[in-house]
Design a protein around this ligand. Structure first.
Ligand code: AVI
Length: 323
């Protein structure tokens, strides 16, 4: 691997990191305290998330993988424009990497918030596929996604957006719509979007997926307090909070919470925040969609659903959307 140059990396993060910390602090000081789920993913959080994906109760990862495997030929035949393959929230790029057995893009653009990790993973892919141009984009697309300049470099190949894992479920519906509209704008007349969506199912299955018997999800949730301690010089004591995952059937979403076990104060930079016993910090929404719901959201964003692949239980859907 030594001879392979490191893939190009574009940093689209705003230079003002203080702003990031401000967002975290503001959330914690709201009457309903909240933490944006993007703060889960420090090194420990990423490791814990990898373990979550392997849990018996956490069906989305393996169900989506099974759909991809079972329908690989069908899906790849439907991806007519895949010369520029853009993996949103690519993490270790393992999902795109698997697709490279079936598709042959000229360019792979991996978009993620963790830059160093991204470059290393893309370097491995570039080594395996010397003909593939690999580019990393460090971006927090929960705030803004602007790949205009990069895509303009190759106007003859419309973009193929790959957004697996039902990560869009972590956006409030209005924000999910904004992101889909933004992807739609990037697609022009002939781009495509292949997106994985976790579907509505009985609440006990959902609640177990977000509150596993081994306690990995609890550890993942509580770890965000350590992230806050580091970023805000705060003094959260994780033992004072308990993990909770509740499914709201009206909003069709899992709410992950950290519930204060006793009345206490936490120092956040130079402010003190009081938590009553039973009061909670909202750390994540994970929205679930029916296939009709999500097709309607795609339509609202200016897409239409060209294909839908599901598993036999219809627990997860892979949608191919086109302008
Ligand atoms: C990343 N995201 C799609 C996961 C989900 O299922 O909402 C995050 C997660 N939170 C707890 N378990 C998994």
């Amino acid at each position: 691997n030594i001879a392979t140059p490191l893939p190009r990396l574009e940093n689209l993060l705003p230079p003002d990191l203080d702003n990031e910390h401000k967002q975290l602090l503001e959330g914690l000081l709201q009457p309903q305290a909240c933490i944006n789920p993007k703060y889960f993913y420090d090194d420990t959080g990423c490791e814990l998330f990898t373990r979550i994906c392997e849990l018996e109760e956490y069906y989305p990862t393996r169900t989506e993988a099974a759909i991809f495997e079972h329908s690989a030929d069908d899906i790849s035949a439907a991806l007519v424009n895949h010369a520029q393959w853009i993996d949103l929230g690519c993490g270790d790029c393992s999902k795109s990497r698997r697709w490279l057995q079936h598709v042959t893009p000229a360019r792979l653009i991996g978009v993620d918030i963790a830059g160093d990790f991204l470059q290393t993973c893309l370097a491995d892919i570039a080594h395996e596929h010397p003909e593939l141009e690999c580019i990393g984009v460090v971006s927090d697309f929960t705030q803004r996604l602007d790949l205009g300049k990069l895509l303009a470099e190759d106007q003859s190949s419309p973009p193929m957006f790959f957004y697996p894992g039902s990560s869009i479920g972590n956006f409030a519906r209005a924000d999910a719509l904004s992101l889909l509209r933004c992807i739609r704008r990037h697609c022009g007349d002939s781009g495509q979007l292949l997106i994985g969506i976790d579907l509505v199912k009985p609440p006990p299955i959902l609640e177990a997926a977000y509150d596993d018997a081994e306690g990995v999800t609890a550890e993942f949730n509580l770890n965000v307090l350590q992230v806050a301690n580091r970023l805000l010089h705060a003094d959260f004591e994780p033992a004072n909070f308990a993990h909770q995952a509740v499914y709201d059937p009206v909003q069709r979403r899992i709410e992950m919470r950290l519930v204060a076990q006793q009345s206490h104060n936490v120092q956040l930079q130079d402010v003190e925040r009081h938590f009553d016993a039973g009061e909670y910090i909202l750390t994540e929404y994970s929205h679930k969609y029916t296939t009709d719901d999500f097709s309607a959201l795609l339509a609202e964003a200016g897409f239409h659903c060209q294909h839908l692949w599901t598993d036999p239980q219809e627990w997860f859907g892979v949608f191919l959307a086109e302008p």
